[in-house]
Design a protein around this ligand. Structure first.
Ligand SMILES: C[S@@+](CC[C@H](N)C(=O)[O-])C[C@H]1O[C@@H](n2cnc3c(N)ncnc32)[C@H](O)[C@@H]1O
Length: 201
């Protein structure tokens, strides 16, 4: 299946389901919020922000920070804008072509979305481009045991949600390293979600 097909499926699916519980994770939110509170970044990118749920919490926690949310689903972005989060700006766009200058953000986070990115190396390169040197990238996404992951991955192209691939820890370590990131931590939070923190060298 072509790269664009995955992106079209993601957009179509989340335009319909942005206001459901699909993909929402309080566990992942908690991880990101804890790190943001500790690091207190000024310019934050919520990559694949969905309906703006996390951005709204971040703005309450760090009212001085500027938050930008971006998502491929225009309906999600319309909903995020309706939240009227004063310190946040929401734009439609996609991970492999981020409409931002180099070195724009102190911090980027992406929750439950990386498995939708059909060109993951390119996505890492884009994230690194817009991240400042010394900036942090927080990822939380699906974690599965090897055999289960491989079986599920084999079926993903036939699904309707634009899910591309659930990556292993080793694959994340390599992609991040090749993109110029230093791995600070990679841990499973529970049986199906991992958290990872990287810093741009
Ligand atoms: C499971 S939802 C998670 C949304 C949000 N981060 C949350 O935790 O509620 C995955 C999100 O990834 C977005 N997405 C999928 N492919 C994308 C792409 N290529 N670029 C940007 N966002 C994308 C979808 O539109 C969707 O909002």
């Amino acid at each position: 299946m072509s790269i664009n097909k995955y992106k079209e499926k993601s957009k179509r699916f989340f335009n319909k389901s942005y206001n459901t519980k699909y993909g929402n994770s309080k566990t992942a939110d908690k991880f990101v919020l804890e790190f943001l509170l500790r690091d207190n970044p000024q310019n934050i990118l919520d990559l694949s922000c969905g309906d703006g749920r996390t951005a709204e919490q971040v703005s309450r926690l760090l009212p001085q920070s500027k938050i930008t949310g971006i998502d491929i689903s225009d309906k999600s972005i319309a909903h995020a804008k309706s939240r009227d989060v004063k310190s946040a700006n929401f734009v439609v766009g996609e991970v492999d072509d981020l409409p931002f200058e180099d070195d724009s953000f102190d911090c980027i986070y992406s929750i439950n979305s990386f498995h939708h990115y059909p060109e993951p190396e390119k996505s890492f390169a884009e994230m690194v481009r817009v991240l400042k040197t010394g900036g942090k990238l927080y990822l939380a996404d699906i974690y599965l045991w090897s055999v289960v992951r491989q079986i599920i991955n084999a079926f993903l192209p036939y699904g309707n949600k634009g899910d591309y691939k659930i990556h292993s820890k080793q694959e994340f370590l390599k992609m991040a390293h090749d993109a110029g990131l230093e791995n600070i931590e990679y841990k499973s939070i529970n049986y199906c979600i991992f958290k990872a923190v990287y810093i741009k060298k």
